[in-house]
Design a protein around this ligand. Structure first.
Ligand code: SF4
Length: 303
């Protein structure tokens, strides 16, 4: 059955000149069928310049929005339009305006995990892979970082020359990673390196050997001489880690971090949107222009 679906997806992809992009957090069988797999930064960079006319974005809705805004002439399809990121909504335009009126010389830095509406009110976007580099490159002293308080804290620590104004958003999947479970794993595997995503809470980050984006975690595991790793991020990354480092061992906390929205993407839904063209991401020209600016600024500064 899975084989039939896979074959049918491949056939339709060719027929419709479509390409499939997938985030590292989606199900293994979806990563298997994708043409490109990566984190938000890789996928947003990649989408600009793809020749295919249709892009099926296997991830949550803000990813589809970003791809559409950067490629307004393309058809962008979401296998499940209800797959959303809770953190993407955890900031408000009112707060951004309030901060702009409170602080001079303020740059509103918006994590790509945010709605298009928030992006259109920001100055520059960042991903966890490029946030430190971009914030350090900004001429402004005052940074209002939305929506994630944990990534903001991590970046603020690397850029002590800046003054950060924090927002109270967070990723429920990463922030709920349990410190006690991590400490138990560390006691069981004392040789293991702890690799952590900066969306995790402060206490978990303090117990870590390396903190970085999903692609950073994968690259670190590949390059490290260590043989065992404790991975503090969403469990979908296990698929790529297993492919790239089959001889190494990876452990996750007992309560595995799972993003239920990322797991909503299935082969059946990919097939359905390829067949029907449903769940197309739409963006009006003003949204493309206004939310596109901070995204393009990110791509420029991250070069
Ligand atoms: S893992 Fe967290 S930040 Fe990523 S999509 Fe899920 S809820 Fe959003």
């Amino acid at each position: 059955m899975t084989r039939d679906i896979t074959e049918e997806i491949k056939r339709l992809k060719e027929e419709k000149n479509a390409v499939i992009l997938a985030h590292y957090y989606v199900r293994p069988e979806v990563q298997e069928i994708a043409d490109y797999i990566g984190d938000s930064f890789y996928l947003s960079k990649l989408a600009v310049g793809l020749e295919a006319q249709t892009i099926v974005m296997c991830g949550v809705s803000f990813m589809g929005e970003s791809v559409k805004i950067l490629n307004p002439e393309k058809t962008v399809l979401l296998p499940d339009a209800a797959a959303d990121c809770a953190m993407a909504h955890m900031a408000s335009v009112e707060t951004i305006e309030k901060m702009r009126n409170t602080w001079d010389d303020l740059e509103v830095v918006c994590y790509i995990n945010s709605t298009a509406e928030l992006k259109r009110h920001a100055d520059v976007c960042v991903t966890s892979a490029n946030a430190v580099k971009i914030v350090k490159a900004l001429p402004n002293k005052n940074i209002f970082f939305i929506p994630d308080r944990n990534l903001a804290r991590f970046v603020a620590e690397q850029a002590p020359e800046k003054h950060f104004v924090f927002n109270e958003g967070f990723c429920p999947v990463h922030e709920e990673l349990k410190l006690q479970e991590l400490q138990t794993l560390k006691a069981q595997h004392p040789e293991a390196e702890v690799l952590t995503h900066p969306e995790c809470g402060e206490a978990v980050c303090r117990e870590s050997d390396y903190i970085g984006s999903t692609s950073g975690i994968i690259a670190h595991a590949e390059a490290s001489s260590a043989k065992e790793f404790i991975i503090c991020t969403e469990n979908g990354v296990r698929f790529e880690l297993g492919k790239r480092c089959p001889e190494k061992k990876f452990y996750f906390t007992e309560t595995e971090p799972v993003c239920g929205d990322m797991k909503l993407i299935t082969l059946e839904k990919i097939l359905h949107v390829l067949e029907t063209g449903e769940n197309e991401v739409l963006a009006d020209p003003s949204m493309v222009e206004e939310a596109g600016k901070p995204l393009e600024e990110m791509l420029r500064l991250a070069k």
